[in-house]
Design a protein around this ligand. Structure first.
Ligand code: HEM
Length: 188
């Protein structure tokens, strides 16, 4: 591993720091339909440093921890951690995530320099059960009862602002459900 100060984090550079946002919207599955949960959250991104794989691939890695509270009662109802990684040689962004439902995702995408009108980086990663490269791993119970079949996550970051929208496709309660989360955060 190499020190964070020696590493180029590419489009992920602007992520590092403590973010908070109070206007999140979650749409989650219910047996009889869906529920909409307004939420507030903090996400802390910490620069880890450089990682070399097989003496040939160089990744710049950032660890994050996301804590999400339901606005109606302040209770934590989503807790997520993982890494964002940047491979400058192939312009690949990777996002690994773990949630305490026994679900893990390794999503990936190519960053080709996309920006919005304010010059903020637009970064997209995706994974699905049947993708050859970017996959989802989940417990036997979740495979049977609440299977995550696809994940798509877009973040827009820069100028002290971070917006994201993620879609998690679920097979649950005998139907296919589009579980979505979105929020806008600012640097603390
Ligand atoms: C801000 C992000 C997220 C929030 C606030 C959130 C919230 C929720 C809520 C409220 C439910 C309904 C069940 C319950 O009340 O606990 C749920 C279900 C579920 N979520 Fe999320 N979620 C988020 C992100 C994710 C992500 C990233 C994944 C996986 C990639 C995921 C996977 C699931 C699964 C598999 C279920 C079905 C389990 C069940 O309903 O019993 N969620 N989520």
């Amino acid at each position: 591993m190499s020190e964070a100060s020696d590493v180029d984090f590419g489009p992920l550079t602007a992520l590092v720091g403590e973010w908070s946002g109070g206007e999140g919207v979650d749409i989650a599955p219910e047996p009889d339909g869906e529920e909409t949960n307004p939420y507030a959250e903090t996400i802390t991104y910490s620069a880890v440093g450089g990682v070399t794989n097989a003496e040939s691939q160089n990744l710049a890695a950032i660890h994050y921890r996301q804590i999400v509270r339901r606005k109606s009662d302040g209770a934590v109802f989503h807790d997520e951690t993982g890494y964002w990684m940047w491979d400058n040689d192939t312009h690949t962004v990777m996002h690994s995530l773990v949630i305490p439902r026994a679900v893990c995702v390794l999503a990936g995408g190519i960053y080709g320099g996309e920006t919005d009108g304010d010059g903020r980086a637009i970064i997209n990663v995706a994974a699905s059960l049947d993708d050859e490269k970017w996959k989802i791993i989940q417990s036997p119970f979740m495979q049977e009862n609440a299977s995550t079949t696809a994940f798509n996550h877009t973040i827009v970051v820069g100028n002290g602002r971070l917006s994201y929208r993620e879609t998690t496709m679920l097979d649950i309660y005998g139907k296919t459900f589009e579980h979505t989360d979105q929020n806008e955060l600012t640097l603390a």
